[in-house]
Design a binder for this molecule. Structure first.
Ligand SMILES: Nc1nc2c(ncn2[C@@H]2O[C@H](COP(=O)(O)OP(=O)(O)OP(=O)(O)O)[C@@H](O)[C@H]2O)c(=O)[nH]1
Ligand SMILES: [Mg+2]
Length: 298
């Protein structure tokens, strides 16, 4: 009898900054989601596809669930919450002691409502001492709502194989949803805009990055050179000055770093031009959110 093909969808859920996108990249083996030390980095749900003989696992990295302060925040949190019902397995990530902040409890209360299998991943074990790890482990296992608890380090790749093994135990026969050489279904234009946004987040001070959006103005491909024009939107005139930087240094640095990474993504040389524009309060504007792709789930 032929072996059955197994496939399923797996949601990666948690507070901002716990390492969800880092885990997705570790599982897929390539960078499909941007990661930074700043919370609220991921804004859209991003799919990463894991393939092996007879198995396809579609992991969905979601924005960190937080109390929204604007329409963008609401979109982000809603897209994370809507994944609960769509998936076959939920991976809930934490990196800290339960009850240290209100964040985890809030998500756990929502998670309780669904009977989808749940695996708790205690991430960043490379930073946690054994006592803290035990404290986290005990508090969560007392809740009795997780089918498994695994300590991992997404950044160091510790136990990420075990996560895949455990997930396989919860999925059933299903179709091959994507071609087996595909690692994400996001278009290159989106990945490019995300790479630029990542460099901006890394270069900029706290108050600016969350108000930044990147729109690809043109994307002209030829076999050896890709010409890309990107508009960087920010919310204040003063932020525009910060993004450009003294003598244009900041924007130049962002451009150089982005270009290098985009070249390795696309496998061609890249000419990248960037402009900075101000769009007041775009994070609360339905039209702007829609233009930037921050609307209903894909
Ligand atoms: N030391 C250590 N750092 C980690 C680990 N996993 C992730 N990080 C770091 O934690 C920070 C946040 O990682 P992300 O993957 O962007 O977190 P996220 O949960 O996707 O964050 P949001 O998209 O904002 O919700 C980054 O600086 C990562 O390098 C880990 O296992 N160990
Ligand atoms: Mg993320």
């Amino acid at each position: 009898m032929a072996e059955v093909f197994k496939s399923g969808f797996i949601g990666i859920i948690g507070r901002p900054n716990v390492g969800k996108s880092t885990l997705l990249n570790a599982i897929v083996g390539e960078k499909v989601a941007i990661t930074t030390p700043k919370p609220q980095t991921t804004r859209n749900s991003i799919r990463g596809i894991y393939n092996e003989e007879g198995v396809q696992l579609v992991f969905i990295d979601t924005p960190g669930i937080h109390k929204p302060r604007n329409k963008l925040g609401k979109f982000m949190t809603d897209s994370a919450l809507s994944t609960f019902e769509e998936v076959d397995v939920i991976l809930f990530l934490t990196d800290d002691v339960l009850d240290k902040g209100p964040g985890d409890r809030y998500i756990l209360d929502l998670l309780k409502e669904t009977d989808t299998p749940k695996i708790l991943l205690i991430n960043k074990t490379d930073l946690l001492g054994p006592e803290t790890y035990k404290e986290i482990y005990d508090a969560y296992s007392e809740l009795g709502m997780f089918d498994e608890i695994i300590g991992i380090s997404a950044k160091k790749g510790i136990n990420t194989d075990l996560v895949i093994e455990k997930v396989k135990g919860y999925i059933e026969e299903g179709p091959m949803y994507f071609p087996e050489d595909m690692i994400t279904d996001d278009p290159e234009r989106f990945l490019v805009s995300e790479i630029i946004r990542e460099k901006l987040l890394l270069y900029l001070k706290e108050e600016v990055p969350h108000g930044v959006a990147v729109e690809i103005e043109y994307f002209n491909e030829s076999p050896r050179l890709t010409e890309i024009g990107a508009i960087i939107y920010c919310e204040k005139k003063s932020h525009k000055g910060i993004i450009i930087g003294k003598d244009g240094h900041t924007l130049k640095g962002v451009g150089i770093q982005s270009r290098k990474e985009i070249e390795s993504l696309l496998g061609t040389r890249v000419s990248l031009k960037t402009w900075v524009k101000v769009k007041d309060n775009w994070r609360d504007s339905d039209i702007a959110l829609s233009n930037f792709g921050y609307r209903e789930q894909k």
